[in-house]
Design a protein around this ligand. Structure first.
Ligand code: SF4
Ligand code: SF4
Length: 67
């Protein structure tokens, strides 16, 4: 079981993490950050394996993974 923490202010909503997640658990927030981007967030924490593929895909190093 895992969990991720997205740094909302670093995220530019490029969607690379959403493509990288094998379980398709990452969606976008309904609320924009201060730059006007709608940051990525985990949709269902219970299914996250902590594989960290999302964090590895993020060019802005905006995702922390917890196991
Ligand atoms: S750690 Fe793995 S399972 Fe969890 S959100 Fe990231 S890519 Fe998906
Ligand atoms: S890969 Fe990083 S910058 Fe891109 S949407 Fe995901 S968290 Fe945001």
């Amino acid at each position: 079981m895992g969990n991720i923490l997205v740094n909302r202010e670093r995220c530019k909503a490029c969607a690379l993490c959403t493509l990288a997640c094998p379980k398709k658990l990452i969606l976008f927030s309904q609320e924009a950050n201060s730059q006007g981007f709608y940051p990525a967030e985990l949709s269902s924490g219970e299914e996250c394996t902590g594989c960290a593929l999302c964090a590895e895909a993020c060019p802005d190093v905006a995702i922390e993974v917890w196991r």
